[in-house]
Design a binder for this molecule. Structure first.
Ligand code: SF4
Length: 120
């Protein structure tokens, strides 16, 4: 079976509409489709290190997800709603909040994720 990618693939997350980003996150490409229990995507701890432990299985799924950047972009754009809570783009809320300040100043999510990957 061939899975057709959502339209916009290759355009870069910043160039996509919220609807296009949502299509990526809800597509079969998304690593979280049908995996893990819902609670595993919503760590309770406020401290980032503890939240990462609680969400370790979800974060491992995100690490291999091909739409991670689109997911992070959508989270940051919808921060006043659902995008603030739980795991998005391979990051817990506190870690996304740290990146959000740079994103608001114009840093693309692809650059932010690349920096995180180099730091690990
Ligand atoms: S980055 Fe994580 S939360 Fe986002 S679509 Fe991929 S697996 Fe799901």
């Amino acid at each position: 079976m061939t899975i057709a990618p959502p339209s916009g693939l290759g355009a870069g997350p910043a160039a996509l509409t919220n609807e296009e980003l949502q299509n990526f996150v809800a597509s079969p490409l998304a690593g979280c489709a049908g995996t893990l229990e819902p609670d595993e995507w919503y760590p309770i701890a406020a401290k980032p290190a503890r939240a990462r432990v609680e969400a370790a299985r979800a974060l491992a799924v995100c690490a291999a997800c091909p739409v991670r950047a689109e997911c992070l972009e959508l989270s940051l754009r919808t921060w006043s709603g659902a995008g603030q809570h739980g795991v998005w783009g391979g990051l817990v809320e506190a870690d996304r909040n740290s990146l959000r300040r740079e994103w608001l100043r114009g840093a693309p999510v692809t650059a932010l994720l690349a920096r995180l990957a180099r730091a690990r």
